[in-house]
Design a protein around this ligand. Structure first.
Ligand SMILES: [Zn+2]
Ligand SMILES: [Zn+2]
Length: 269
């Protein structure tokens, strides 16, 4: 087994350990660095850089701090779905780093199965409704914002939650509530991180045909598969770009066959 150092403050190692063990990596948690210094979800520290940059920074730090060849970093981002921008969306990214060969392999999974939400409430009933929709108390909540008189993170006790909400409503007419998105307090995130780890394991299991490095994978999908009836290009995938991060070997693989006319903008506008 190769040691894979995982930089995480919020104990994500059990989520990724099994499937990475299947391909020969023993995941070792590195918690000597406070990842909150790279930004927090609840905005006490602003996040800078893209999710890819942050995940890579964490993976490199992990290898460096543990003195291992391999490092792993993770980064979650939350917002609206990429299609209609209507549903809350969680995107989980993992970055595997080989310090010896100096290249990274990424895996990511996104889904609308997240409780990501925040809003003002003006009554205990409102607060209870927010909590129940957020999957509380299995999922933790945050009351208040950084800089407020009351700012409680990681709340999982219903009695304590109601007590704090009532205390704030005693002195002001509204309370800020949000879901706590830290992985160890958010089972929905944990499920997505597991899926991302599966994808990472599948990618690392494929070796580059030119240099044998792990993580030969599809980097880009090109649409344009021809329609079965009229040969018009569709949004279906025509080709995949495979790329090796270690040696740069690239290859375009074309799909065979045709797209169903149901996907054709000409036949089925
Ligand atoms: Zn067609
Ligand atoms: Zn290669």
């Amino acid at each position: 087994m190769q040691t894979l150092a995982f930089l995480t403050k919020h104990d994500k190692a059990p989520l990724v350990a099994d499937c990475l063990a299947d391909i020969g990596f023993a995941v070792k948690t590195v918690d000597s660095f406070d990842t909150d210094r790279l930004g927090t979800f609840s905005r006490e520290v602003a996040r800078t850089g893209s999710a890819h940059e942050t995940a890579l920074t964490k993976a490199r730090l992990a290898a460096q701090l543990a003195g291992t060849r391999y490092g792993l970093g993770s980064e979650g981002s939350f917002g609206r779905d990429p299609y209609l921008r209507m549903l809350p969306w969680d995107s989980e990214l993992l970055c595997w780093w080989d310090a010896e060969q100096g290249y990274a392999v990424y895996a990511s999974q996104g889904g609308s199965d997240t409780n990501y939400a925040q809003r003002w409430v003006t009554s205990l009933e409102d607060a209870r409704a927010f909590a129940s929709k957020a999957g509380f108390p299995e999922h933790a909540l945050i009351i208040g914002q950084s800089g407020d008189g009351v700012f409680c993170k990681g709340l999982r006790d219903p009695a304590q939650f109601e007590q704090i909400v009532l205390a704030i409503l005693h002195t002001q007419d509204r309370v800020w509530l949000e879901t706590d998105m830290r992985a160890h307090l958010n089972p929905s995130r944990q499920a997505l991180i597991k899926r991302a780890a599966n994808q990472l394991a599948m990618r690392l299991a494929i070796n580059c045909p030119a240099c044998q490095a792990a993580g030969y994978s599809v980097q880009q999908l090109q649409p344009g598969l021809a329609c079965l009836d009229c040969a018009h290009p569709t949004a279906q995938t025509l080709s995949e770009l495979w790329l090796c991060g270690a040696c740069g070997h690239a290859e375009t693989r074309y799909r065979t066959g045709f797209a169903e006319p149901g996907h054709c903008p000409q036949c089925n506008p």
